[in-house]
Design a protein around this ligand. Sequence first.
Ligand SMILES: [Zn+2]
Length: 338
Amino acid sequence: MPLVPMRPLLDAAKEGGYGVAALNVNNMEQIQAIMEAAVETKSPVIVQASRGARKYANDNYLRHLMIAASELHPDLPIVMHQDHGNSVETCKSAIEYGFTSVMMDGSLMPDGKTPSDFEYNVKVTSEIVKYAHERGVTVEGEIGTIGGIEDGHGSGGKGHLTDPDQAVEFVERTGVDALAVAIGTSHGAYKFSRKPDGEVLAMSLIEEIHRRLPNTHLVMHGSSSVPQELIEIINKYGGKMKPTWGVPVEEIQRGIRHGVRKINVDTDNRLAITGAIRKVFVESPEKFDPRDYLVPAREAMKAVCVARMTAFGQAGHAFDRKWPTLADMAKYYASGGK
Ligand SMILES: [Zn+2]
């Protein structure tokens, strides 16, 4: 099966009452880790690449790695998503390179740092929705700004929580398929400086947005859980990470009960990979074949992916239906489907 658009996966997740992890990739080992986890758990797959990843890996390498994944696993639905497209050009070039879903992040200006205004966000997002939907490609927008910085993208600081009235107007005017909401999460490893106690996320905000936009799939960014055991492994083998906590998996599961369908996870996989590599370097300093540390790194990332796919509920849902193609979705949007 060729790469599929994201919308049908999120529609299925809505019907089934589960969420789907969107996992970031930069290289072959990360794609392999995700695919191995998906095969083991029979999960639909959302792989996403940031602008930083596209630059690091090169669009052609990334594209062919994704094609390899779909050739090796023709029975699994696989989405290739542009994470935080900073401009219309970035999203269009992603679509040209075969991405089946894009995020147009118009909450920030094209520099990926400066908060934009609402009208700018509506304008650029609408432009991409038109371009993408003609090609069957899914679009995620963002309203409110998520704190922190990742891959050079982000407003820094704490961000601004999503205003529900603006969210409703934004969805009506742009026609996005999915909406990233700012509910108190932030990008990167340093989300909370103490162990979160219950109300770490603005759950009432998710509930209100979901009540008013029941047909829009909500997306949680910055949703790594930053497991303490992964931090401990890194620090045990010479790392120097400061104390930090992420979003507990139970909080994400609460979000899933209120319309969250896509959950972005990157940091946890980075931590797992780094811990595994550090361990080999310290325990076997005589080794120099990259496979000696990349194999355990890939295994460690796979374990995180399996855990998230299971916790979010997507496990077991890969074969639930015949997944629509880009052409199917282009027809759907052309016939007035929203
Ligand atoms: Zn994000």
